[in-house]
Design a protein around this ligand. Structure first.
Ligand SMILES: NC(=O)c1ccc[n+]([C@@H]2O[C@H](COP(=O)([O-])OP(=O)(O)OC[C@H]3O[C@@H](n4cnc5c(N)ncnc54)[C@H](OP(=O)(O)O)[C@@H]3O)[C@@H](O)[C@H]2O)c1
Length: 269
């Protein structure tokens, strides 16, 4: 298939109110001339994004939704597909828990599962047949994480949800061959966003990628319909090493770094 061409087309971005999603929405509009369906819970942030982007000549449709609720996901899909045709979707909204596994709690886990996994499956299984029917060569990008490529202690549940997305997205990639619609799985390492703002991440900040660079790389992978895309030389190297190093070795390195960061945050309390 030819690379995607976003100009003048509608692209839906979930989690467009902050961090990676907001930056990808910005770059899709500013650098690629795409119209944006911007989805998140914080309505005022989406409205501010509309005010920022529309003077550049694109259209922005803000849709406030809590993606933990299937009825909200369905409402967004209905609205996004009822007017001018949708060409692409970046399924980016996600939440994490960084700390001991038992702090997350059952309710916290349900929230994480519905946001990171269930909503993504719902969007994907409804949007792919729609995009295929449009016949425009559209596509979907799932935002997973390097935490989905190898186990991440102290983000155990999160790592599991992101591993689901890697397997789901990469499996569908093969199922879609010959169908004029594509799916890309994006797996960034740490990024400087609201997600990593807390004190617990203080000792890990030097590992974080600037959000604009990460967004640019992600959109490039999406445009080129990559199978599994890891941004940046350092993270590509780490992803390769995690494939060749014995898994308990690389995960124990992460555990040691994260344990130290959590201990430093506790001392600072
Ligand atoms: N930061 C990292 O180090 C990192 C690394 C690898 C992968 N990622 C992935 O990148 C994606 C974006 O994360 P980020 O770092 O940009 O985090 P962020 O700044 O915290 O942004 C998360 C976005 O998701 C939205 N969201 C969360 N729960 C939602 C819900 N129930 N309904 C609707 N929207 C919801 C938030 O909007 P509202 O709060 O307004 O609803 C926000 O726009 C996530 O999938 C994350 O797992 C992040």
């Amino acid at each position: 298939m030819k690379p995607m061409d976003f100009r003048g087309r509608w692209v839906l971005v979930t989690g467009a109110s902050s961090g990676l999603g907001q930056e990808m929405a910005r770059q899709l509009a500013r650098d690629h001339g795409a119209n944006i369906v911007a989805v998140a819970r914080r309505a005022e942030r989406l409205e501010a994004l509309k005010q920022e982007l529309e003077p550049t000549g694109v259209k922005v449709l803000p849709l406030t939704a809590d993606l933990q609720k299937t009825e909200d996901v369905d409402r967004v899909i209905d609205r996004a597909t009822e007017g001018e045709p949708l060409y692409g979707a970046v399924l980016n909204a996600g939440i994490t828990h960084f700390g001991d596994y038992h702090e997350l709690g059952w309710e916290g886990f349900q929230r994480m599962l519905s946001t990171n996994v269930t909503s993504v499956v719902r969007f994907t299984e409804r949007l792919l047949p729609y995009l295929e029917k449009q016949g425009e060569g559209g596509g979907v990008m799932l935002v997973s994480s390097m935490a989905g490529l190898s186990p991440v202690p102290y983000q155990a549940a999160y790592s599991g949800t992101k591993a689901f997305l890697v397997h789901y997205g990469c499996s569908l990639y093969h199922e879609l061959q010959g169908k004029n619609v594509s799916i890309t799985t994006f797996a960034p390492g740490g990024i400087a966003t609201e997600m990593t703002e807390g004190e617990r991440f203080n000792s890990l900040r030097s590992w974080l990628m600037p959000v604009d660079r990460c967004a640019r790389s992600g959109l490039d992978g999406f445009r080129q319909r990559k199978y599994l895309h890891v941004p940046g030389v350092l993270y590509k190297l780490l992803a390769t090493l995690s494939n060749v190093a014995p898994e308990p070795f690389s995960s124990s390195r992460v555990a040691a770094e994260y344990r130290a960061s959590l201990a430093a945050a506790k001392r600072a309390e």
